[in-house]
Design a protein. Structure first.
Length: 276
């Protein structure tokens, strides 16, 4: 069994079974699946997000593997990703409680509690009207550079997100946002993977997902080049743009194709009358 408790849960659950206590937490439920529950709760007026994993069974694990999907077996992936990103200075959530009980991956009971990041808005919401109403250029360029730096640093640290969309980057709005003064945090790491070195396959999947999520927000070719320069600077160190374009030509071609495929799949799935 593994159990890590920080305040306020160290005091709140003192002398209690944390795995029973976490199941008793009340609040707004965001997702309820057979093996996972996500809710927002409050303690002493402060918000927390709770993710409880109850084991998905061997049948679901096998089904995921047969369809080339990596199943989410518990809270450990998110806990490890948060620790690694925090260690390398990538802004993310703060975990205040983590528990894991049971050695059988199909029946393991685990949970993670993170502090709510508020007030914030995600970059998908922020950029909804950018194609029709372009933002102030310096702010747009600063946001592009920071997302690139965060993703590059994340990949350099051996972490791939697996849901690397702009909706999972939160812009803090506790004070006025300017090109010279803003904060971003990356969230929703329950599918993340942590390794000593990130395989190119998973690096590229993250980049394709990120590119797909910005296809319709009005980014220019120059914006994309700004991202590439900043991303590879964080990943490998500063390089001339010409060198990046030459060395990564195959990747860039693949990204265009993959992002379009993701878009087509999205349209098929969410078009009116589509079967969910």
């Amino acid at each position: 069994m593994k159990l890590v408790l920080a305040e306020p849960f160290r005091s709140l659950w003192a002398g209690r079974d944390a795995f029973v206590a976490v199941e008793a937490l009340q609040g707004q439920v965001y997702r309820e699946l057979e093996g996972r529950r996500t809710l927002r709760t409050e303690v002493d007026g402060r918000g927390y997000f709770v993710k409880i994993h109850r084991g998905i069974g061997w049948g679901e694990i096998v089904k995921n593997l047969l369809t080339a999907k990596l199943p989410v077996l518990g809270a450990r992936q998110e806990w490890q990703a948060i620790q690694r990103l925090t260690d390398v200075g990538v802004a993310t959530m703060t975990a205040v409680a983590y528990g894991e009980r049971g050695s059988n991956p199909a029946a393991q009971h685990s949970f993670i509690v993170t502090e709510e990041l508020a007030p914030t808005t995600d970059l998908e919401q922020l950029s909804l009207n950018w194609a029709q109403q372009p933002p102030e250029p310096r702010l747009k360029w600063a946001l592009i550079k920071e997302v690139a730096n965060m993703v590059g640093s994340m990949h350099r640290a051996g972490v791939n997100h697996r849901d690397c969309y702009i909706c999972h980057f939160l812009l803090h709005t506790d004070k006025p946002v300017t090109a010279d003064d803003f904060r971003l945090s990356v969230i929703d790491l329950h599918r993340a993977q942590v390794r000593n070195q990130l395989p190119l396959r998973w690096r590229n999947k993250d980049l394709a997902a990120l590119y797909f999520s910005v296809l319709d927000i009005g980014l220019t070719q120059r914006d994309k080049l700004r991202f590439l320069r900043a991303y590879f600077a964080a990943l490998k160190g500063p390089q001339p743009l010409r060198q990046i374009l030459g060395e990564e030509a195959r990747l860039l071609t693949w990204l265009e194709t993959k992002a379009q495929r993701l878009l087509e799949r999205y349209v098929r799935k969410y078009a009116p009358g589509a079967v969910q």
